[in-house]
Every structure is written in structure tokens, then in C-alpha cells.
Design a protein around this ligand. Sequence first.
Ligand SMILES: [Zn+2]
Length: 168
Amino acid sequence: MLANWHIVRLGAFFNLRLIGSNGKFFHIIPHFHKSYVRRLHRKCMSSIKDRDTKPEMIVRKIVHSLGYRYRLHRKDLPGKPDLVFPRFKKVIFVHGCFWHKHMCRYGRVTPKTNAEFWSTKRESNKLRDIRNRKLLKEMGLGSLIIWECWTRNSKKSIEDKLKMYLQS
Ligand SMILES: [Zn+2]
């Protein structure tokens, strides 16, 4: 069986990539590599995707100032939305542009080291986001994504977006 597989990539830190005769990819990532990636991941995530990251705080503050009350990080909902408005049947995600592959200059950044690995990882985040929003929709919940890059620009335009979304 393994004879059908070809090693197509011996990447940084020895993660192997095999490709089968059926065109399927298969990754072999040894434990030390995984823990290296986990560490790196945690390091990045802690600055970007921590619970009270700056972009999320900005969004919360605006929503609060508009007079809306919300619940945070409902773990029982697909994708654990950042803000939940049970009465309005709406949720808001505050997404980091890099991790969720926004079509902006921050989201299009390609890391030089292990580029393919990160690209796969981020692509799967993106697909998961689409899946989660679909699930939420099936549950009768509307969802809105506020992108991190928007929070770097005019607060007014986010305010308008939030108003429009929450009032609709
Ligand atoms: Zn962006």
C-alpha cells in the first residue's frame, strides 16, 4: 500500500508529505515537529486570538455604546461566536485577518517558513468559518464578521455596519 505513496516533500523540521497514486495527500508530522508548531501557534494565537484581543474589545465597546447587550463566547454555538445576541438571534465574529484569510493585505501575508503548512492551516480555518456560518443559519441565527483590519480604520464605519446589522 505504502509503495503507492511517494514522498513529495521533506519539509522544514522533517515533516513528510506523501502523495498517493489516487492523488491524496498524507502528512507525517513527528511529535517534536507538532510540539514546535503548537508552541509557535500558541505564541501567535496569544497575540491575535486571545479572548480579549484588542479588535474584539473595540467591537464590544461600540456595540455597548449603541445600547445593545450581548453574551460572550457561547461555547455551545458553532464557531463559538465572540458576541451573541440571543434576543435578536444574531451573532458576531471578530476575526483576525491572518488566521481567517481575509482578502486584505494582512490576510494575504504568506509566512516564509513552512509556507505550505500555514497555508493549509489557514485555509482550513476559512472553510470551517464558512461551515459554521452555514450551521448558524440553519439554526436560525444570523452572523456577521467584523474583520480586524476594519477596527484599525474608522470606528464610524464599523459603527454603521453594526447598527445596520443589529437593526435589520
Ligand atoms: Zn482584513
